[in-house]
Design a protein. Structure first.
Length: 421
């Protein structure tokens, strides 16, 4: 067993934060004041409560967590702040809403960004995230690129940072979005690792996730036995109804898209987030998920010192257990104490540091099944959450008809008079 433990497992985090523009063309303060549309319909829930209940995640808690681990050389986390969230927070700050509850909201984020790892990377790393939380594979390339470029500019203006990474909304990825991602300057993208496991010939699908059987057209990565330092594991002490491809699904790879008209190929690094462990960590973090017991089940396949296992825990950072005081404070402090004691076996790390130390081989190109994370039906490679058509009449498809028509109007206008900023 000691030989198995000679290569540590690396651990990283992706905390996602989002609020929409609740009423188009009205700012946050106005919609909160009316709890909806001025002189119009109102929401059935309190917008004021939505914001007051999330002051911690939107101001100081992520950096609080990072500060517990400043003695660990590579500890850090990725965080995604949607463009609409940043727009709302800036509006609440500007108007001094609720006794200036969000005044200076960026200050602690900037502090976390300025903390650096031993590799010189930000310990709190804001990743790109499409401005209004769209599901990227369902958008035309022009819309994907515009969302990303606007968000990139927003991060530069608010945090003075340019980022190479992307957390796509609902962790939804498909290879056909690689060209606009690359055009936006993105070098790596987080995916849910079940979409690697499901591409293998010997994946033991049983329907336990509630997701359809893998499409044979996506089963393109051979059998797991053909991949070194890998094997099937039925995880226990965590909800995991189907086996995981330990090793193979816990290491970054390249994915590529080939233009069917030109034959041009574009590649991007895909960083797999742990489907079941990330879901469990979102219940409350260290303690809710037994890190050592559950992650330790991957040790038998952590046998490649050049590409050690990476467990990336991805979930909302402002909702449910992943958005609580205890997640960022007592539980994360306990995590740091445990990681300090176990640093020969488990090493917290940022994605940028991991890729710098252990880059994937340029020849390591895999197929990634389309789809997202396991919550809310987002895992489905058919995107049926947004494209439902179980009945003859489909409101979903009718809605997309309106969206496509709107897209055509906007981009036709842009051809006539291109936007400049």
């Amino acid at each position: 067993m000691m030989a198995l433990l000679s290569i540590p497992i690396y651990i990283s985090f992706q905390w996602h934060m989002h609020q929409p523009i609740y009423v188009p063309y009205y700012d946050a303060v106005t919609t909160i004041y009316y709890n909806g549309v001025p002189s119009g319909p109102s929401f059935s829930f309190s917008l004021s409560d939505v914001w007051t209940q999330r002051v911690g995640p939107y101001t100081s808690w992520p950096t609080d967590a990072i500060e517990y681990g400043l003695s660990l050389p590579y500890l850090g986390a990725q965080v995604s702040l949607s463009g609409s969230l940043i727009e709302n927070l800036n509006n609440l700050e500007y108007n001094g809403w609720n006794s200036c509850l969000f005044c200076g909201w960026k200050d602690r984020y900037v502090t976390g960004i300025n903390y650096t790892t031993s590799g010189g990377n930000p310990r709190l790393y804001p990743v790109l995230f499409p401005y209004h939380h769209p599901v990227l594979p369902l958008l035309p390339d022009e819309d994907v690129l515009l969302h990303l470029l606007i968000h990139k500019e927003l991060l530069q203006r608010n945090f003075n940072i340019t980022t190479r990474g992307l957390f796509p909304p609902e962790c939804v990825f498909a290879e056909w979005i690689i060209p606009p991602l690359k055009e936006a300057g993105i070098e790596w993208v987080i995916i849910d690792n079940i979409h690697l496991s499901r591409t293998l010939e010997d994946y033991a699908w049983n329907g336990g996730t509630g997701v359809v059987e893998p499409n044979r057209a996506d089963v393109l990565n051979g059998s797991l036995s053909s991949w070194p330092n890998s094997g099937w594991v039925n995880l226990h002490n965590v909800w995991a109804p189907e086996p995981v491809a330990a090793g193979f699904a816990h290491r970054p790879h390249y994915a590529k898209y080939i233009d069917p008209e030109t034959g041009e190929s574009k590649k991007i690094i895909v960083v797999p987030a742990e489907c079941y462990m990330g879901n469990e960590d979102g219940r409350g973090g260290f303690g809710a998920l037994d890190y050592e017991q559950v992650m330790g089940q991957l040790f038998p396949y952590n046998t490649d010192p050049s590409h050690p296992v990476l467990v990336l825990l991805h979930h909302d950072g402002d909702n449910y257990g992943g958005g609580t005081d205890s997640y960022y404070h007592s539980n994360f402090e306990n995590f740091v104490s445990w990681a300090t004691e176990k640093q020969d076996s488990f090493v917290p790390i940022t994605i940028e540091d991991y890729l710098s130390l252990f880059p994937p081989d340029s020849s390591d190109v895999v197929h990634v099944e389309p789809g997202g994370w396991i919550g809310s039906g987002c895992l489905d490679p058919q995107f049926s959450k947004w494209l439902g058509y179980s009945e003859d009449y489909s409101p979903d498809l009718n809605s997309w008809a309106v969206i496509v028509a709107g897209h055509n109007w906007v981009w036709t206008a842009n051809l006539i008079e291109p936007y400049t900023s």
